[in-house]
Design a protein around this ligand. Structure first.
Ligand code: BGC
Length: 261
């Protein structure tokens, strides 16, 4: 737990499921005021809200599409109107789909780039504008991926979007450092979330992924939420422009683990 997080106002995009949900729960436990953004009712944001409130936490939900400028502006206005501030913004909403590149449609390309990269840009811009205007030394955290580093055939739109998020984050960290606004990424590896549910329900596919993880197991959303709480806290006060990789070692060339080159 991080005492300085108490009372801070945080927006998390795509927060009704998976990693976003775990982050929302963690910030609620840290006694933050949590704005849960969700996209579709199917994600059942009310259930998360109930869970947080029953645990004594404070949260509100707002529907919206991170690719729409007006929606992202509305998230920040909502946080201000509801809780009077914005201290932490977590760009978590993201999508992926597998398509061999020769069949990748422009529509699919645009959809993934719009959500993962443009959505993150809009969140960073709106959060930074609010923090600058109100002299808030806030923290912006983007949920990126190990694929901001690792190339990924059949997911080239996803990898391109996450590579983009890496340099977006680094550039913004430099730009806003004089104002005391910190900007960082978290790069999760393979985590047990709905985005991976189909893949991990196939034991062969799951085993294939586990082989790529030196620690030997698929991560839990709460392990990513711990990274987010740390990055938002004063304990990470000197950390900006960096990616906190939480991947069980996946980015460390597991093929070389046996000591053979
Ligand atoms: C993706 C997962 C994938 C993991 C490791 C993540 O960014 O969302 O589907 O298992 O990277 O490849």
């Amino acid at each position: 737990m991080y005492a300085d997080l108490q009372g801070k106002v945080v927006i998390i995009t795509g927060a009704a499921t998976g990693i976003g949900k775990a982050i929302a729960k963690r910030f609620a436990e840290e006694k933050c005021k949590v704005v849960i953004n969700y996209f579709s009712e199917e994600e059942n944001p009310e259930e998360l809200l109930k869970e947080i409130e029953q645990g004594g936490g404070t949260a509100s939900i707002i529907q919206g599409d991170v690719t729409k400028e007006a929606d992202v502006e509305a998230f920040v206005k909502f946080a201000h109107d509801t809780y009077g501030s914005l201290d932490i913004y977590v760009n978590n909403a993201g999508i992926e789909n597998e398509v061999p590149t020769e069949r990748l449609s422009l529509e699919d390309w645009n959809k993934v780039l719009n959500t993962n990269l443009t959505g993150t840009f809009l969140g960073c811009r709106e959060a930074a504008e609010y923090m600058l205007k109100n002299d808030i030394k806030g923290s912006i955290i983007n949920i990126s991926s190990v694929h901001e580093i690792i190339p990924w055939p059949h997911f080239v739109h996803y990898a391109a979007s996450k590579g983009g998020v890496k340099l977006l984050m680094e550039s913004l960290a430099l730009e806003f450092a004089p104002d005391g606004i910190r900007v960082n990424n978290i790069a999760p590896g393979a985590i047990d979330t709905p985005i991976n549910a189909e893949k991990f329900s196939d034991p062969e596919k799951k085993k294939g992924v586990e082989k790529l993880i030196p620690l030997g197991y698929i991560g839990e959303p709460g392990q990513i939420a711990s990274c987010a709480a740390f990055l938002a806290s004063e304990q990470a006060g000197y950390v900006t422009g960096t990616t906190l990789i939480a991947d069980g070692g996946m980015t460390k060339y597991p093929g070389f683990q046996a000591g053979k080159g």
